[in-house]
Design a protein around this ligand. Structure first.
Ligand code: EPU
Length: 420
């Protein structure tokens, strides 16, 4: 198993290109199941979760090919299976995104229940409630969801909690339903808007994506398309923090600043210089920062997927910063590892209090989930001495060669054989 070895202290400088969005690419790939034929997706990030989705599509009978890197060809002419098995769902919860499309186009779907994961319980009751309201017969048996429907019919669905993949699953199911579906209290994430753009290109009739009220008029058929995936706002945010904390001067290219408002606002509040213009986003860091409080919220609020990375910046701030994680109940798995590196962090329930500035010292740390591993990489960049990060398959699930990008900006980062 590989590990990442970082020697801290380098200042990041130069330009870096942001890859395609993981959380946009996954539902888009799943949406290919709604049409028969060959779709072509560009700007697809090279990462573990995308490969897992490719495997799942292949298992359902699609042909999936990624060649050249960044371009995915999916042919869904012969979908022969309708099951997302446990071994794939357990490695990637987003596998549940095939539920809506399979049910809508093939009348049946069998998807393993995801169960809990490192960051929280993460149930899918809202996905199931919506599909049932659209007329699906849903049975839970032996750890699987069995869903059947002749043809789904439009319904008004009010989400009890704002759910990103829940909104996406129901939007895909409703695209082929009979009649009108209204999704209220829908997620407003740019990835939801992007999926609506893709579905509309395929022939769907969706309005309001990007707001909390989405209306879908079902159509009889959708067609395959060619589409280029939007840039990854969380990768962009991670790179912005990396530049800021290393006192760097970095220009991010191929990113959409309008998706990063909350992140940029907090970086500025902490004292980093961030300028977004036609060329991209330039960030200039400094030696110490101001304390900043953060509460994670659904979009357009501050994303939970940036909480762990921001915590590293908070260790650099003079004073006390308070972070509240409101989306997931167990998303502080990086804290004990950051504490081992010397950070002063106290967790009380869903709140973390970070006191700074503290000097971080390199040591061996273990990645526990995707964003936690990104925070350990960031900590390694500013730590004194050498940091060895084990279990970096978590990082590779969701970042397209982050280590290479950081190295190109001047960081001393390499991969080596790891022991765990
Ligand atoms: N929830 C329910 N019932 C449901 C669905 C969700 O109670 O049926 C709860 C969850 O337990 C959680 C909250 O609602 O407390 C929000 O969860 P959501 O469903 O929005 O999360 P998700 O769709 O499973 C996506 C991203 C996550 C990101 C969250 C929140 C994808 C593939 N995943 O997950 O990304 O953290 O939205 O923004 O889009 C990551 O990239 O590292 C990652 C975890």
């Amino acid at each position: 198993m590989q590990k990442i070895v970082i020697r801290g202290g380098a200042r990041l400088e130069g330009e870096v290109r942001v890859s395609g969005s993981k959380n946009a690419a996954l539902p888009i790939l799943a949406s290919s199941l709604l049409a028969a034929g060959r779709s072509i997706y560009k700007n697809v990030p090279g990462l573990g979760d995308v490969r897992t989705m490719g495997k799942l599509l292949a298992r359902l009978g699609a042909t999936y090919e990624e060649k050249p890197a960044g371009t995915a060809y999916v042919d869904t002419t012969n979908i022969v299976e309708h099951e997302a098995p446990y071994e794939l769902v357990k490695t990637m919860r987003a596998s549940v995104l095939v539920l809506g499309p399979l049910l809508a186009r093939h009348g049946r779907a069998r998807v393993s229940l995801p169960g809990g994961c490192a960051i929280g319980a993460r149930p899918i009751d809202q996905h199931l409630k919506g599909l049932a309201a659209m007329g699906a017969r849903i049975d839970l048996e032996h750890g699987y969801v069995n869903a059947r429907a002749r043809r789904l019919r439009g319904a008004t669905i009010v989400f009890d909690v704002v759910t990103v993949t829940g909104t996406e699953n129901l939007m895909m199911a409703a695209a082929l339903a009979k009649g009108r579906t209204a999704l209220e209290n829908a997620a407003r994430e740019p990835e939801v808007e992007e999926l609506a753009r893709v579905l509309n290109k395929m022939g769907a009739k969706i309005r309001g994506a990007g707001t909390s009220m989405i209306t879908i008029d079902g159509v009889d058929e959708l067609a395959p398309i060619e589409h280029s995936v939007i840039p990854d706002r969380i990768e962009a945010g991670t790179l912005l923090v990396a530049a800021a904390i290393t006192r760097g001067n970095v220009l991010l290219r191929d990113c959409l600043p309008e998706h990063l408002d909350a992140i940029i606002a907090k970086l500025r509040a902490a004292g980093a210089e961030v300028v977004a213009d036609g060329d991209g986003i330039r960030v200039r860091g400094k030696a110490d920062f101001k304390p900043t409080d953060i509460s994670t919220q659904p979009y357009p609020g501050f994303p939970t997927d940036m909480q762990a990375q921001f915590m590293v910046l908070m260790t650099r701030a003079r004073g006390q910063s308070v972070l509240s994680e409101t989306i997931f109940e167990n998303r502080y798995m990086h804290v004990p590892e950051l504490q081992r590196m010397g950070a002063d962090i106290v967790v009380e329930g869903r709140t973390a209090i970070v006191r700074g500035p503290t000097k971080l010292a390199g040591t061996t740390v273990m990645a526990t989930d995707l964003r936690a591993s990104a925070s350990l990489v960031l900590a390694g960049l500013i730590a004194e001495g050498k940091t060895d990060i084990l279990r970096i398959y978590h990082l590779d699930r969701g970042y397209d060669r982050l280590d290479r990008k950081l190295r190109a900006l001047g960081a001393d980062v390499r991969r080596a054989k790891g022991s765990v």
